[in-house]
Design a protein around this ligand. Structure first.
Ligand code: KMT
Ligand code: NI
Length: 218
């Protein structure tokens, strides 16, 4: 292989080892949630592993969010300007061509309470959801194959992707602060399609790939 071809054939940026994946757990039932920003664990705690999350179609990388710094808000932020070589590689590996930065905090996001409420409506997208957490922390909730909520606690340095068609929702945790880079392939479309979406092609594709015959006895 020529040196040039060799460079092009370099392997994709490896995902994080299991022990670096975020903490995740089964949530208590929705009717028991008094405050969406609390942990809302089951009692006793039911841990969800990295392998469990991978089965749902989630991918996860650990990034260096200390060495490389980003603006509070940049819309759009051009991924060509990436200063982190690992972020550049991930962008090239996966074809991400757009990025912006959102800071979710009462002082930075107009209509904070209404937006937090909207993010917490169960929905799907017709594309992958890619979030690189630059600072702060928060919760992504995703449905497991038994239609139960799994809560994933993401924090600074975490880069997580949710597959197209997975039912999910987001909330700040009790810190009320998260700063995230949102990446996208092509022109960004953030439209949420609220549940139910059983006939949506993205939902059907998700069910076929990740859910059929994955249910377990309860
Ligand atoms: C979403 O998709 O819910 C958001 O973009 C909000 C949170 S980003 C960490
Ligand atoms: Ni979403």
């Amino acid at each position: 292989m020529s040196e040039e071809a060799n460079k092009k054939a370099k392997t994709a940026l490896p995902q994080a080892p299991d022990e670096e994946w975020p903490e995740a757990w089964m949530m208590c039932d929705d009717d028991k949630i008094e405050d969406q920003k609390k942990e809302n664990r089951q009692d006793p705690n039911a841990k969800i592993t990295a392998a469990d999350m991978r089965k749902l179609g989630i991918s996860f990388w650990k990034m260096d969010a200390d060495t490389f710094t980003y603006p509070v808000k940049a819309v759009p932020w051009d991924p060509k300007d990436a200063v982190d070589p690992r972020l550049s590689q991930l962008r090239d590996d996966r074809g991400y061509s757009y990025a912006d930065i959102i800071t979710i905090h009462p002082d930075h996001l107009p209509g904070f309470d209404a937006k937090i409420k909207a993010f917490f409506e169960e929905h799907i997208h017709d594309a992958e959801e890619i979030r690189y957490i630059l600072d702060g922390s928060g919760y992504f909730d995703v449905r497991d194959p038994n239609d139960k909520w799994v809560r994933v606690h993401i924090k600074k340095g975490d880069l997580m992707t949710l597959p197209e068609g997975i039912y999910h929702r987001f909330t700040c945790d009790e810190t009320d602060y998260i700063k995230a880079m949102r990446l996208f392939k092509g022109q960004p479309v953030w439209t949420p399609f609220n549940r139910p979406q059983e006939e949506h092609p993205s939902r059907k594709a998700y069910v076929t790939e990740f859910m059929e015959e994955k249910k377990t006895d309860e």
